[in-house]
Design a protein around this ligand. Structure first.
Ligand SMILES: Cc1cc2nc3c(=O)[nH]c(=O)nc-3n(C[C@H](O)[C@H](O)[C@H](O)COP(=O)(O)OP(=O)(O)OC[C@H]3O[C@@H](n4cnc5c(N)ncnc54)[C@H](O)[C@@H]3O)c2cc1C
Length: 345
């Protein structure tokens, strides 16, 4: 979409074995929450630059295009007393790099924190309702003149050139194959690519804000986060389990997630708030796999194949980083096309 916006003359086919509407553990995007909450450290300027455009874009979509399924909701991050004491007084750890970048950032006054919480901050956040946003992207692609195409599962990257809608060989391929990118013959990547399991609940209950709580003793890979969706209902998670490939719901984790959610957001089961049910009503349990890559996403021109551009390994931030990653691809294409102007992708 960003490529076509940059250069309307490009003849672009968006091809995938799975397309929006499909549900399959090897296709991550439908399982996400999703929100913008950059995970970049203070030192990781590269990831910060990748995440920045997404924040502005999602705010703009929330303001200007109701079809996108994006809306603005305050985002509060809390850290338990346990987490704060583990930080040994180093509060910088809890203050994100984006404090001067996002709208309305503030440290929450200690007097307003619930029991057991040692520190919290807040900013103007966005929630992307994925079941609305993915079909919206398909529609946007069609309207702008790109072709969407379902293709077989490819085992060799050279085959990707065969699937241009014109029937002719594509001049360029952007490899955005997510989880299994490095298993495709020809995608030579020495870095480790690995799934990080997530389990989130879609519930009928409505939360007031986006809330995350970190620091539950004895379970370092679990946290609480919730994102109320524009159409109603809330996504509640979660966990980060690297290398765990179980596609089955962990029922005990579901129970822990519910217990934490009700503790920190009692409005979820308060009928006086948006007619919420008086208990948590689960619509769906989503188990998904974040496509992590050691040292971050790979966005570059391939060293051996001059027609191949990689864009995979977005990990836990494929939505928030999407516009920044696309920007990098556009930069690469700009350089390439300055060499040969008319292209099929
Ligand atoms: C529980 C959970 C919560 C998340 N929450 C957030 C969040 O709040 N914010 C955020 O920014 N991110 C979030 N993420 C991360 C985000 O979902 C991912 O980073 C993103 O979806 C990755 O997108 P992708 O396009 O790279 O991969 P995918 O969505 O997996 O798409 C890959 C595409 O390539 C195709 N493909 C792959 N291999 C082949 C092949 N061999 N041949 C043909 N086609 C192929 C697939 O069919 C598919 O169409 C979350 C993830 C999970 C699991």
């Amino acid at each position: 979409l960003e490529l076509k916006r940059w250069n309307p003359d490009l003849d672009i086919t968006v091809a995938g074995h799975h397309l929006p509407g499909d549900i399959d553990p090897s296709y991550t995007s439908p399982y996400a929450g999703a929100n913008w909450h950059s995970f970049a450290t203070h030192e990781d300027k590269e990831l910060q630059e990748i995440d920045k455009p997404g924040y502005k874009k999602f705010l703009q979509l929330a303001d200007s295009d109701p079809r996108s399924g994006v809306w603005k909701v305050d985002n509060v991050s809390m850290y338990t007393d346990y987490e704060v004491s583990n930080g040994k007084g180093n509060m910088k750890k809890f203050i994100p790099w984006f404090k001067d970048f996002v709208d309305d950032f503030e440290i929450v006054d200690k007097s307003k924190l619930p029991q057991g919480i040692g520190f919290a901050h807040k900013f103007k956040g966005v929630v992307v309702s994925v079941p609305t946003y993915l079909p919206y992207l398909v529609q946007q692609n069609k309207e702008i003149g790109n072709t969407i195409s379902r293709i077989p599962n490819l085992f060799n990257i050279d085959d990707a050139r065969k699937f241009h809608s014109s029937g002719k060989r594509a001049d360029y391929v952007i490899n955005a194959t997510g989880l299994h990118a490095n298993k495709i013959v020809g995608v030579n990547d020495k870095k480790l690519n690995f799934p990080v399991r997530g389990q989130v609940l879609l519930v009928k209950n409505n939360a007031k804000i986006q809330l995350s709580v970190e620091g539950f003793p004895g379970v370092p890979n679990e946290m609480l986060y919730m994102m109320p969706r524009k159409e109603g209902g809330t996504i509640i998670g979660g966990c980060f389990f690297p290398g765990n490939t179980s596609i089955h719901e962990d029922k005990e984790l579901t129970e822990r997630i519910i217990k934490r959610a009700v503790k920190f957001a009692p409005e979820l089961i308060d009928p006086s708030y948006k007619n919420n049910p008086s208990k948590i009503e689960i619509v769906k349990v989503n188990v998904g796999f974040r496509p992590f890559r050691e040292d971050g996403a790979r966005v570059e021109l391939d060293k051996e194949r001059s027609w191949l551009i990689h864009n995979y390994g977005a990990g836990a931030g494929g939505y928030q980083g999407s516009f920044g990653l696309a920007k990098k691809v556009v930069e690469i294409m700009k350089q390439e096309l300055s060499k040969k102007p008319k292209s099929k992708l």
